[in-house]
Every structure is written in structure tokens, then in C-alpha cells.
Design a protein around this ligand. Sequence first.
Ligand SMILES: NC(=O)c1ccc[n+]([C@@H]2O[C@H](COP(=O)([O-])OP(=O)(O)OC[C@H]3O[C@@H](n4cnc5c(N)ncnc54)[C@H](OP(=O)(O)O)[C@@H]3O)[C@@H](O)[C@H]2O)c1
Length: 311
Amino acid sequence: MSEMQSPAANPPATPRILIVGNAGQLGRELERLFAGLGPLIAVDRESVDLADADQTRALVRRAEPDLILNAAAYTAVDRAESEPELAHAINAQAPRVLAEEAVERNALLVHYSTDYVFDGSKPEPWIESDAPNPLNVYGASKLAGEQAVAAAGGKHLIFRTSWVYGPHGSNFLLTMLRLARERDRLSIVDDQIGAPTTSIELAGATHAIVSGILAGRFGAAQAWSGLYHMTSSGSVSWFGFAQAIFARASAVLGVKTPALTAIASKDYPTPAARPRNSVLSNAKLRARFGVQLAPWEIALDETLERLRKYE
Ligand SMILES: NC(=O)c1ccc[n+]([C@@H]2O[C@H](COP(=O)([O-])OP(=O)(O)OC[C@H]3O[C@@H](n4cnc5c(N)ncnc54)[C@H](OP(=O)(O)O)[C@@H]3O)[C@@H](O)[C@H]2O)c1
């Protein structure tokens, strides 16, 4: 029983699993993959409002999980500038409550964070020990969430990722495919560089790592608990990503390609400032868990193929 474990012990081989945010891009893929790993409860906003700490706490107490996967977040980067309290409640307070409850139950909490904790000023890929300096409310709220999870002192994995997209939800790929039907010309920012990362790849890497932990392959919690960058390999600008999307989508999905113009961020003003270089180094993830996500181009092909076949 989890109550009998020492804090360093791994969760049981067949854990009781709680997935929070299962209607989001990542939550959906996590639910698909973790369904076979143990008894699973998956909830979205209709079952719990994460802005309400009491509801969040009650949810965990009801579910009695050994493993909590928190895929929920306030992800509207621009809207967060005018709703800082709500962004903070969902991205910082809720993870703090989940982490406190995880400690109570000696459960493992898997949490996700963002490249937007950095200010983008470093020319090289960012590593976990680089100093964060968020440029916007969303990034600040996510940073506070990371810090709260770590400070709770329980078994945790925080995966910082970037430019998340997939076959469902609100994301750059699906926006481009929609705009291609509506417009002949598109202007896309070319001076922000990052690593587009799919919900499919993120869920797959999370599943591989958690399965390894449950099987005892990575040792006790002191050896693996912590913060890791988890993104696709390689990097590209939004403009380059759009070019790649249309080059492939025209072949795979028969989408017509609009004329693309590269523009600077200053010519596309948004409420939230964004980092110029968002690329994260995945060296720590690779070294600790032997896990490496596919290059972003391969993951894009896989996602388009999923869209063609099933979605
Ligand atoms: N999307 C990105 O580009 C990106 C980049 C870097 C890091 N990340 C991080 O990656 C993780 C997964 O992101 P994602 O793209 O899968 O997010 P997503 O598709 O926006 O899903 C987030 C989920 O959280 C739910 N949620 C929001 N507020 C809630 C509340 N008050 N109570 C209960 N549920 C609530 C949303 O429900 P509703 O749909 O009803 O609002 C949604 O189902 C997050 O931690 C995010 O910060 C994302």
C-alpha cells in the first residue's frame, strides 16, 4: 500500500492513476497511453475547477492516486496578460495543491511546464540550470507552478516542453490548416525559434519514463525526481514550421498552400511578449532516462498521418 512506502520508494507496479486535464491536447494522449497501466480516473473542467483549491484537494482525496499526471493548464498566453490571477490559480496554485496532496499520499506527480519560463536571450539551447526570466504572465505563472511542485518535496517529474501541437485542440498546425482553407496569403513570424513538440511524442516519452520508474529501472526517487526538458529534437522558426506544414500537408491531406511571407515579431504585435530563442536542450532527459524524442519533422509527418487516417 502506498501509505507504507518510504518517501524514496517508487510507486507500486500497478498504480492508481489520476489524469487531470484529459480533454486537452496532452491529456487526451496521456489517457490513451496510461489506460493499461493501472486503474485510471481522468477528469476535465466539468469534474473539477482547478482554480478552486478546495475542489482540487477533494479530487485527489477522492481518487486516492499513486500517480498523478497534471496535463491541465491555463494555456491562453495572450489572454493571461489580462487574467493574471486566474492564470496563477490554475498554473501555480493548483499544481501546489496537487503536489501537497501527492506528498500526503506518497504519490508521484508528473507536471508539465514551458519554454516561456526563459527570456529567449541565450543563443544556445537552454538547460535546466539556466536562470528563468519569463517575459509574460503565462511564463511567470508556469514558473511559479514548477517552483511549488519542487518545494512540496515529494516524488515529482516536471517536464518543460515547447510549442505543443497535435491532432486535436487549439494549436498552430490546426490553425494553419484552417487558414489555408480561408486565405490565399499568410504572414508568419520568422524571428522566434523553438522546437515544435507533439502531444503524441510527449505522452509517449512520459509513458516510457514512468513505466521505467515503476519497473525500478531508474533507482529510487532521489535518483530521478526533478526537472527535465522534453521537446522534439531540432529547431525551426514559426515561418519555417509553417513552410514544412504546407509542404507536407499538400501531399498528405491535399491542402492548398497559401503564399507565405516571413515577418518580424515587431510587425505582429501581441499582448504577451515571447522569447526569441525557445530551444531547450534535452541532454539531461537523455542522460537520465535514455529517452529522446524524434526530430520535429518526423513528428509532424506522424501527426499529419494520424489526421489523414483517423481523426
Ligand atoms: N500548448 C503549448 O504550446 C504548450 C507549450 C509549452 C508547454 N505547454 C504545457 O504543456 C501542458 C499541456 O498543454 P496542452 O497544450 O495540452 O494544453 P491544452 O490543450 O490547453 O489543455 C489544457 C487543459 O486544461 C484544462 N483547464 C484549463 N483550466 C482549467 C480549470 N480551471 N479547471 C480544470 N481544467 C482546466 C483545459 O480545459 P478547457 O479546454 O475546458 O479550457 C484543457 O482541457 C501544460 O502544462 C502547458 O502549460 C504547452
